[in-house]
Design a protein around this ligand. Sequence first.
Ligand code: SF4
Length: 345
Amino acid sequence: MSSVLIKDFSKKIIAWYEEHKRELPWRMANDPYKVWLSEIILQQTRVSQGLPYYNRFVEKYSSVRHLATAPEQEVLRLWQGLGYYSRARNLHKCAKQVVENHEGNFPNSFEGLKKLPGIGDYTAAAIASFSFKEVVPVVDGNVYRVLARVFGIDTPINSPKAKREFFELAQQLISKEQPDIFNQAIMEFGALHCTPQNPVCDECPFAKQCVAKAKNLQKHLPVKEKKIKVRKRYFYYRVYQQKKKLALRLREGKDIWHGLYDFDLIESAKPLSKAGLEKQVGLKKFELSEEYKHVLSHQVIYARFILLTSKPKNKELQFFSLKKIAELPKPVLISKFLKEYEFLK
Ligand code: SF4
């Protein structure tokens, strides 16, 4: 690995950043609450999608104390549409711990931050460097890509070995004087310049040293190990309707959508035939929706909704007015059905 490149890396990337950075609201502040909020929201989410959520959260809860005292359902409702709801639950849990155990102040070190729920290496490094200027690198997907290409590293980035290897390299590269700017710069460089599909190699500050450019490996770096098999699930929702109310239940247990509301569910590993469905529902005639396909990270859900006016047997179900249903936290799939069938606007 070129020592000149290691020495110059942070200067070059910071110079690039000063010229090309986007103005993003959380960059204006080094308030750990805002940094934390933006990092949790932006995990597995594009900036354009996450930005309105960030603004809504900051507007509704101006400090970690406000967020800590909010009801969980209200937090989940505000999060609705972002997916990965465990992040929202951890967000709330973390806010409570900061208030209860740290007098409303985030710990000011990488190690201290990692002890909080939902805060892993990445988020801890972001808060510690942006808010407290600790010299600790942030290693996200953008950073993996930039480093794998510039230094020609072919360790699969989703392997356990990669985490340590890339972190150690980033630790050698990070600016000791401006760790916060360095971290912002390398992530921004990956997001805007050294992008997955169209890296701008001809106008790149690393054009002369970049291994991927020299060997034409941009499409092959970073390396990823084969994806986990996607699980297919078939959901048949019994939607019980009485007057202007619908029956929903709170999802509990370890499955997806814990803490959100959906309808009475029949789940099957295979699509059900008409006869199979009639048997499950106990009726010959009923209104059945078209199939809704809902894609999650490791599973695809094929859902159909059965509209019923009979009395439900499932004791977990509760009838709610449409006004109340609008306020309940729900999976996007359920909201989509409710809108298409004009239960909700
Ligand atoms: S030369 Fe191309 S692949 Fe290498 S860092 Fe620059 S943009 Fe990325």
